[in-house]
Write a protein that binds this ligand. Structure first.
Ligand code: CUA
Length: 341
């Protein structure tokens, strides 16, 4: 009992983790996740029925035919029973069929190719160690980390990676699918009926910062989506300080694209101030007294990227020769680079 209590406490902690509304397959928020959740319920129900029946029969046999004091001789030996063997072969066959038919249907529906679907919004997902790139080829837009989608619209994904295997997973909207280094493109689709923010995660161990490789799906009204698209295509907001603008151009825009400027080797930073995470790490508003977690996190990140997310490919601004004041200035600029939509 002494050991049992702490173990139960730890177990309930794990269960508490499952309760996170935005990262749970048990609270489906879209049709794809709902179909998969129904499959989970079906298979667990069947397993429970089998478990209860098998346990009941076992208990009955163990108790009814237990050895008693008057049992002194070898009991009757039985070998084979045709009828029983047929029964316990046919029942599992039926159960497997009941499980297989909806599962296969769901799997084919999940992997259906919508690459040529004119009514779907095409999104090319490119996974990197350790961030997510989202390209909208129909609109000529590329962004990172926050995947903005309109509600009730089919989003057709094409998944690839620029380095190792990652896995794209938004538990409350869909199942997970790998991104493959061999060039195989994985395709699937989902839609989000309700407006909201859904957490996504990399679900494949991909390096030291795998655990930080999060992203967000933001489902917004169709009007907001149009506003966002226009805002993404607007020219880059200029940096007032001339010297800082020059530094930003020479040191940051060689890898990052912002508005109509720069090169997108690293994450596109247009509107990075309105994202839900900095460097794919969720914002923690408690770390900051002034109520600007984006700025605090941005500073922390820019001052020592390897400390925040080990193994990432961002060169340290300090190693590039930027002063603390310049780093703070750029952090301030980026944190305030917000998009209205
Ligand atoms: Cu990418 Cu784990």
């Amino acid at each position: 009992m002494k050991r049992l209590l702490p173990m139960l406490a730890i177990f309930s902690l794990f269960l508490a983790g499952c309760g996170r509304e935005d990262l749970s397959v048990l609270r489906p928020q879209g049709p794809v996740a709902q179909g998969q959740y129904d499959l989970i319920k079906l298979s667990i129900s069947i397993m429970l029925v089998v478990l209860v029946i098998v346990f009941a029969i076992s208990a009955y046999v163990i108790i009814k035919f237990r050895r008693r004091p008057e049992h002194t001789e070898m009991p009757e030996q039985v070998e084979g029973n045709f009828k029983l063997e047929v029964i316990w072969t046919v029942i599992p066959l039926i159960l497997v069929l009941v499980l297989a038919v909806p599962t296969v249907k769901e799997v084919f529906a999940f992997g259906e190719d919508h690459a040529n679907d004119k009514n779907a919004i095409q999104v090319k997902v490119n996974a990197h160690q350790y961030w997510w790139e989202f390209e909208y080829p129909q609109f000529g837009i590329t962004t990172a980390q926050d995947l903005i989608i309109p509600t009730n619209k089919k989003i057709a994904f094409e998944l690839k990676t620029s380095d190792v295997i990652h896995s794209f997973w938004v538990p409350s909207l869909s199942g997970k699918l790998d991104t493959n280094p061999d060039g195989t493109l994985n395709r699937f689709s989902f839609s989000a009926p309700k407006e909201g923010v859904y957490r996504g995660k990399c679900a494949e161990l991909c390096g030291p910062s795998h655990g930080f490789m999060e992203f967000k799906v933001k489902s917004v009204s169709p009007e907001s989506f149009e506003t966002w698209k226009a805002a993404m295509k607007a020219p880059m907001v200029a940096i007032e300080d001339k010297a800082l603008a020059e530094t930003f151009k020479n040191q940051c825009l060689t890898c990052h694209a912002v508005g109509d400027q720069g090169t997108a080797v690293g994450p596109n930073l247009t509107g990075v101030g309105s994202r839900e995470s900095v460097a794919s790490i969720l914002l923690n508003s408690e770390t900051n007294d002034e109520g600007n977690p984006v700025l605090e996190n941005m500073k922390e990140w820019l001052h020592d990227p390897q400390l925040v997310k080990p193994g990432n490919k961002m060169p340290s601004p300090k190693d590039l020769g930027l002063t603390d004041a310049e780093i703070d200035g750029i952090a301030e600029y980026l944190a305030n680079y917000k998009l209205e939509y």
